[in-house]
Design a protein around this ligand. Structure first.
Ligand code: HEC
Length: 168
């Protein structure tokens, strides 16, 4: 039996579970290989994607980090309202709720600011970046933010975005 992360459990598991473990391990390896085949690191598409993410990271550090944190961690006590009655900047990592929103909503908030998107006199410290960042620059920042999320949050947000697109 190969030593490994699941070595101990697999060794002591009943034969059927051992088979399940082996199938899961093979499926995992095939999944990773599949991603490499579909989008190998040396392909033009993958290099273009990496370039957009690098650009997005730079824009993030220049325009977003001072409020949302250099590591996307948000402001301290971000769930508690400030004395002004407004909300602090939430994290953009998986501990926040950015990943609950569709691509369209995230784009609108970033371009127009939260107050304009919510409407009805809602007050917010989240500025709009229209006139500061071009549309494709906003998309690059959001692509960078999405790229930092674990698989589960990314999948969830993809589904929210797909549902939102169908509703438009
Ligand atoms: C001056 C501080 C400040 C800067 C700079 C800033 N934000 Fe924000 N952002 C906020 C605050 C505060 C909120 C919460 C607003 C609210 O809910 O009323 C917020 C909320 C958001 C949200 C909604 C998140 C959610 O889960 O509801 C997004 C998306 C967002 N910001 C993106 C960005 C991006 C992208 C940048 C950089 C291009 C940026 N912000 C720069 C302060 C800022």
């Amino acid at each position: 039996m190969m030593p490994g992360r699941f070595g101990l459990q697999v060794n002591s598991a009943p034969p059927r579970l051992r088979t399940v473990g082996a199938i899961a391990a093979v499926a995992g390896a095939l999944g990773a290989a599949g991603a490499m085949i579909l989008r190998p690191p040396w392909s033009g598409a993958e290099r273009a994607r990496q370039a957009v993410l690098a650009e997005g990271r730079t824009f993030y550090q220049q325009h977003c980090a001072r409020c949302h944190g250099a590591n996307l961690q948000g402001q301290p006590n971000w769930q508690r309202r400030l004395p002004s009655g407004r909300l602090p900047a939430p994290p953009h990592d998986a501990s926040g709720h950015t990943w609950h929103h569709s691509d369209r909503v995230l784009f609108e908030i970033t371009k127009r600011g939260t107050a304009a998107v919510v409407g009805g006199g809602y007050e917010s410290d989240m500025p709009g970046f229209a006139g500061v960042l071009k549309d494709e620059e906003i998309r690059a920042v959001l692509a960078f933010i999405r790229s930092t999320w674990p698989e589960r949050e990314r999948r969830f947000q993809e589904r929210v975005s797909a549902t939102d697109r169908e509703a438009q």
